[in-house]
Structures are given as C-alpha cells and as structure tokens.
Design a binder for this molecule. Structure first.
Ligand code: G6P
Length: 369
C-alpha cells in the first residue's frame, strides 16, 4: 500500500498525511509499555546508555536537522553534552574523540555514504558505542551499529523527506527521555508527563494537517517570489532550517533560515517588500524575543507569515499574516510545527508546477560522494 498513491496527487502529499500514523507506529512500544525503556534500543542498551557521558550526532540533509533539534532536548532534558555534525564534514577533519561519548547516526535510508563513512571514521578514532536511528531494516548503517532504533515511517518515496523526519524526531525524543532516566535527570513524575505528551502527539499532528487549505492559500503568494527567509529560535530554529530546505528542494525558490536573534547580524540587510519572512513562533520562553525580531522585519517592509500556536496571542495586521497551529504541546512542539512548513513547500511547488516527488538534480539516497 505504501507504494500506491491512493487519493493523493504526489507521494510527498501522501507521506505528509501519513504522519499521524507513522508517528503512532514509532511511539507504539513506549505507549504500550507505559514507560521509556532502554530496551527500545536493543538488549544491551541499558548498560551502554548508562555508561556514556555525552552524545555525538552525525547525519546529512534533513536527518541532520533532526539531530540539531535533538541537541536541544538531550542537553536540557537528559543533561548530557551533545554535539551534532554534518557527516561529510566530520569524516574529513581531525576530530576529538571521547570514547565515553555515544555516536548517534541518523539516516532514513541507512545507506548514505557520508554518514556510513563518518560512522567508520568515528570508530577508527576510538568511539566504541554507536547507535543508529534508521527507517530501513537491515540497511548498512544499522548493521554497522551497536544499538539500533528503527523509525516506523514505512517506505518514503518522495525525495524531499517528510514522515522520515518527524519519526526520527519522535525516536530521538524517546532516546532523550531514556537517557534522562538512566542519568537521574528524569524522575517518575516527569516520565509520566512526557508519556502523556507523546500520547497526544499524533492527534496534534492531525490538527496541524487540517490547516492545509489556509497554508495552500499562503503558498500561492510564495510561488511568485524569488527568495524567502525562515526564522525560529531555540527548539524551532532547526525547524526553520528544515522549512527552508523543503522550499528550496521542491520549488527552487532560494530560501534561508536564521535563528531570529541573528537577523541584525546580516539577513536584515536583505529584507524589503519583496522578501517573505516565515516565522515559527509558538508560545515558549522565547516568544517575546521572537516578537521583537518580527518588528525589526516589519520596520523594513518585510511581509511576515507567522505560525503561532493557540496560546501565542498573535493577531493579523497590515503585512502580518497569522496561521494558528494547534495548542502548545511543550517540548514536542518542533514536531507539530514541521507539518505547516512541509505543506507550505508542497503547495508552493504545486503552484509553480515543479516535479514535487523528483526535484531536479536531487536523489532520494546519496550513495556516492
Ligand atoms: C538526500 C535526500 C534527503 C535526505 C538526505 C539524507 O539528500 O534527498 O531527503 O535527508 O539524503 O538521507 P538519509 O537517508 O541518510 O537520511
């Protein structure tokens, strides 16, 4: 069934809509067990994960942005240092290796050459503990890893990754809470809270999918633009990066993402009436900061397209368009806010008539250098 389009026009659209199911399948074991157990990552995982003192994440493309999001979770929830690196950079530099640091590779296909080579390189430098987050059973990267967690997104056909990304995030969140428990940072009460947040995730993602008509209307306006800027802060900065990547991959519109606090250090020079600025602005501790960044954009004539959750208290005004995303879902908010940026790219591509599932010059799985 994964290989048939059914009622959808493109695999990408189908895969976007499969996310509530894909997420429910990926979190199923935790929800059923009623706890975040190390055995999710393999029989030996408890011993390995309790002994490590830090995390190094290696990945490419969209998977790298999943890792970039996880860094925020791992440091704040599990209290462990985490760094995230692009596999093709890591494999060619003289990197520092602490053998007590767990190497986590993230790859939808499990076959990306640079990620595979980065894993081998990490081992050659002395890393002994490795964990793979992967969507394809028995592919090369999980086979070369000590611990494995398979996402259950099902086959992903569209070159631009969608359900693989959000399920990677769900798996990384599960890893975070497992680490937090093993390292004494997540107590029983907090575990119950995280479990409840995870249980609500597929439903919140479904609510976000229901925004499709409003987002399609925005996308019409994007289709004629040459450039776009995406802004986020904190946990939502990597989602801004992912939104810009989706847009450039499938519409060929030049898009960049910035952490909103960096605006004044460069990108503000690009802002004028012709520059649409997408802002991911959920109600979190950085909301007031994001609002003042938005004023800086408005003052230069930039048109704002804001994704704000129910609690953010935004209203539309001249040059400020607002779409309300579902109620704030706390630390899982980046997963929910991925949905609207995926749909924005998809509908802008439809309006431009590009080949959504097979964008020019790109491949689904990059097994050459
Ligand atoms: C290609 C795909 C991307 C993907 C990246 C990494 O560039 O087009 O969608 O994010 O490879 O792939 P992986 O299979 O390792 O996640």
């Amino acid at each position: 069934a994964s290989l048939e389009l059914g009622p959808y026009r493109h695999f990408m659209q189908k895969e976007i809509h499969e996310q509530p199911r894909a997420l429910a399948d990926t979190i199923d074991a935790v929800i059923n067990a009623g706890s975040f157990d190390a055995s999710l990552f393999g029989a030996n995982a408890e011993a390995v994960l309790s002994g490590i003192t830090g995390i190094k994440i290696l990945a490419c493309g969209t998977s790298y942005y999943a890792g970039s999001t996880a860094k925020y979770w791992i440091e704040s929830i599990a209290g462990l240092p985490c760094d995230v690196e692009i596999a093709s950079e890591y494999r060619y530099r003289q990197a520092f290796a602490d053998p007590r640091h767990l190497v986590v590779t993230i790859s939808q296909s499990g076959e990306t050459l640079d990620t595979m080579e980065a894993l081998k390189y990490a081992k050659s430098l002395g890393h002994t503990h490795t964990l793979s987050i992967c969507n394809v059973q028995e592919s090369a990267i999980p086979r070369a890893s000590e611990l494995v967690c398979y996402t259950r997104a099902g086959a992903e056909i569209g070159v631009a990754s969608t359900k693989a990304f959000t399920t990677q995030l769900a798996a990384l969140f599960q890893l975070t809470v497992v680490l937090g428990k093993l390292h004494g940072k997540v107590n029983a009460e907090q575990e119950v809270d995280y479990l409840e947040q995870l249980r609500q995730l597929p439903g919140s993602v479904q609510h976000a999918l229901n925004l499709e008509p409003q987002i399609a209307a925005w996308a019409e306006r994007f289709a004629t633009k040459a450039n776009a800027l995406f802004l986020g802060r904190g946990l939502h900065y990597p989602i801004a990066l992912e939104g810009a990547l989706k847009l450039k991959e499938i519409t060929y519109i030049h898009a960049e993402a910035y952490p909103a606090g960096e605006l004044k250090h460069g990108p503000l020079a690009l802002v004028d009436e012709a520059m649409p600025v997408v802002v991911i602005a959920p109600n979190d501790s950085l909301l007031e900061k994001v609002k003042s960044n938005m004023q800086e954009v408005r003052a230069r004539g930039g048109e704002l397209f804001v994704f704000a959750d129910q609690d953010s208290n935004f209203s539309a005004s001249e040059g400020v368009h607002v779409i309300r995303t579902p109620r704030n879902v706390g630390v899982l908010s980046p997963i929910v806010h991925t949905i609207p940026v995926q749909m924005l790219a998809y509908h802008a591509a439809l309006a431009r008539g590009t080949d959504v599932d097979k964008p020019r010059n790109l491949a689904k799985s990059v097994t050459v250098e």
